[in-house]
Design a protein around this ligand. Structure first.
Ligand code: KMH
Ligand code: ZN
Length: 276
């Protein structure tokens, strides 16, 4: 089994300080959270950014400022900007996170449309998926295919992959608990549905974080934890930092006999070029 890549989704676009005061908004807070996750063993930082008042933004300059500052304290971490942004943003707005310098090694590629609660709909048409994949391919950015239900695997394969803009080996991230239930049966169905040779990460939202993490570690996948998906260390106990969530994932891996991948090992597993 490969070593375990831990991704930390430190910020997200939806969670707020009202829910957990440690949710980062300012550049300093985002750097603090990235460092806590990296120091605890995260090789990859999945990044959303906010304005100081907490409003999510895909503004290139804000991403640049955050990435440059994170780089100073997490020199070799894989930093993966979100191209999902927040519900309601335009495609152009969402892609602005990838315009930073140097070009990011990875970015997310959302593979379908999902209900995001209430009247919120996260829209990713076939043409959006094709266009994002094409742009990422042109720029040498490896996509992480964000998949919220089984149909999105099929969508990614029949659109961007079929057109040659998404090439194998594909890296997938199964986000369970939004539209697809976060059960181990559902996780197994997803893993069984991706092309041979793919790599995959999984995350369970909220209270489903830890059972999905444990199953994923045992199944040979990679794990994502962080405030974007879950604010709690255990029932009723808010995590004080993203680092605490990563520490718990490291403990689970130890119990289950999986070694943790360094950023260099994560690059090798994901097929990324080594850092120069
Ligand atoms: N905030 C969600 C609407 C991604 O990062 O690519 C989209 C999201 C997925 O978080
Ligand atoms: Zn995200």
């Amino acid at each position: 089994m490969d070593k375990l890549i831990i991704s930390a989704c430190i910020c997200g676009a939806e969670v707020t300080k009202e829910q957990n005061p440690a949710v980062p908004y300012t550049v300093e807070e985002i750097v603090r959270e990235a460092k806590s996750a990296y120091d605890a063993g995260a090789a990859l930082i999945h990044l959303h950014v906010r304005w100081d008042d907490g409003t999510p933004t895909q503004d290139t300059a804000r991403f640049q400022e955050c990435v440059d500052a994170i780089r100073k304290v997490c020199p070799d971490a894989i930093i993966q900007p979100s191209t999902g942004g927040a519900v309601g943003m335009t495609d152009l707005e969402r892609l602005a996170s990838t315009d930073i310098v140097p070009t990011p090694e990875m970015a997310t590629l959302d593979c379908g449309t999902t209900n995001f609660g209430g009247d919120e709909i996260f829209v990713n048409s076939d043409n959006t998926i094709i266009n994002f994949a094409k742009i990422m391919q042109e720029r040498g950015i490896k996509p992480e295919c964000e998949v919220f239900d089984r149909g999105m695997i099929h969508t990614a394969l029949k659109t961007a992959h079929k057109k040659g803009f998404l090439t194998e080996p594909i890296h997938w991230d199964f986000v369970l608990g939004v539209s697809m239930p976060a059960t181990i049966r559902d996780l197994a169905f997803m893993v069984d549905s991706i092309p041979a040779g793919s790599t995959w990460t999984a995350t369970g939202l909220g209270k489903n974080c830890w059972n999905i993490a444990a199953a994923t570690i045992a199944m040979g996948g990679h794990v994502r934890v962080g405030f974007e998906d879950n604010l709690y260390l255990e029932k009723g106990v808010l995590a004080k930092s993203n680092g605490e969530l990563v520490e718990k994932a490291v403990k689970l891996a130890k119990i289950l006999g999986r070694e943790i991948a360094t950023p260099a090992e994560a690059r090798e597993i994901l097929g990324l070029a080594p850092l120069k």
